[in-house]
Design a protein around this ligand. Structure first.
Ligand code: ADP
Length: 369
């Protein structure tokens, strides 16, 4: 149905309803008054022809009234149909004298357009950042490959080793970047970033992180995991949680100088598992704290490309936040420059497997006493 058909049919229906609701009380009053005179009811039918011009008059008046009532809606309709062909940066004009309802509706449309424009800008920025991040390792790989081709078999052994090492490091960086991007793209597309959830003991997650971290952490940094004796169950995707805590602990180690400490603690308060990753490292300035969870944000680009742990992608914390939010949890940061940082993750505890059953999944049951 096109716009004019829509308004016409709406106007016709409105005029008819208004006419009927006007005519009905008149007819009822007519019958009541007539029957109170004691005259036979057939007598009243004599007046029926009078209703025809009355009906026509009411229809005519109500047609104009319906037009006046519906005018703001038809104007709004024509403005919103224009949206399809409009530039996303344009906005609907909000008239000062239009009824409050359509006024509000126009304002809501404009808010919607603001949000759309904002997310489009974020997407564009994301694509630009991602391209930039992809280009850096690719340029390096191309540079070294060209060098190898040029030198052929005359290449010095040290240079050959350096070239192959760089190509290997940068390819690893590309693989990490692409898999991080894929994870975020899936989350943006509404696909769950977490796979199958089950009842998980947070101690197991942290112990598995500890096993991985102690292998890669330098000896000069003391890395300690303090977990309680009792189990703490959360309803979660254990692999994704491990990814989060590996990222937080790796970041903490990267930010800590020799002789410093990284401590990971777990405790439960108020129905929540509280995990803290504390370091005595370089800390994060207040201005950077605001943006630390943004995609591709790095405080100090050169430092995070440390050879020891492979270059960071600047996506780790953005992914960590997405994963923790998907679990109904939060991440908070407290930090002081040159003193250290504490990342606090809070996750809702689950003490029975009920949640898992409700979700229609097969839970891993916590041990029953
Ligand atoms: P990356 O993969 O580059 O480490 P992240 O998103 O995990 O990306 O971290 C973003 C940036 O935040 C890091 O590059 C680093 O500069 C800073 N950062 C993260 N954790 C810490 C920390 N514990 N102390 C100091 N800086 C940190």
């Amino acid at each position: 149905m096109d716009k004019s058909e829509w308004t016409k049919s709406m106007k016709v229906r409105m005029a008819m309803v208004m006419t009927l609701s006007g005519l009905l009380p008149i007819a009822i009053c007519h019958i009541i008054v007539f029957s109170s005179t004691g005259a036979p009811i057939e007598e009243s039918f004599r007046f029926v022809p009078l209703y025809v011009p009355l009906l026509a008059l009411l229809l005519f008046v109500n047609w104009f009234l319906a037009d006046i009532i519906l005018r703001p809606i038809t104007q709004l309709l024509s403005a919103t149909t224009k949206l399809v062909t409009m530039d996303i940066r344009q906005r609907l004009e909000v008239g000062a004298h239009e009824p409050i309802e359509t006024h509000e509706l126009r304002k809501s449309f404009n808010k919607l357009l603001n949000n759309l424009e904002e997310s489009l800008n974020i997407q564009c920025q994301f694509v630009a950042d991602a391209s930039h991040e992809l280009r850096t390792p690719l340029t390096s790989i191309q540079g070294y490959t060209k060098l190898l081709l040029r030198r052929g078999s005359n290449i010095d052994a040290n240079l050959l080793a350096e070239a192959l090492q760089t190509i290997s490091d940068e390819s690893g960086r590309l693989i990490r970047l692409v898999s991080d991007l894929l994870q975020l793209a899936r989350a943006d597309a509404g696909q769950a970033i977490i796979a199958q959830q089950e009842v998980v003991d947070m101690r197991d997650v942290l112990m598995s992180v500890e096993d991985t971290v102690t292998v890669i952490a330098p000896e000069q940094i003391e890395v300690k995991f303090i977990v309680p004796q009792t189990s703490m169950y959360v309803y979660a995707d254990a692999d994704r949680l491990k990814q989060v805590f590996l990222n937080l602990t790796n970041n903490a180690i990267k930010a800590t100088q020799a002789g410093g400490k990284v401590t990971v603690t777990l405790r439960a308060t108020g129905g929540q598992a509280i995990i803290r990753v504390i370091d005595t490292g370089i800390g994060i300035a207040p201005a950077d704290q605001q943006r630390i969870f943004d995609r591709f944000y790095r405080v100090e680009r050169s430092r995070t490309r440390s050879r020891l742990y492979g270059g960071g992608t600047g996506l780790g914390l953005a992914i960590a936040l997405t994963i923790i939010k998907a679990h109904g949890g939060t991440i908070e940061l407290e930090s002081e420059l040159n003193k250290g940082s504490t990342f606090t993750v809070k996750l809702p505890l689950t003490d029975t497997p009920v949640k898992a059953q409700v979700a229609g999944q097969t839970p891993l049951l916590p041990p029953q006493d």
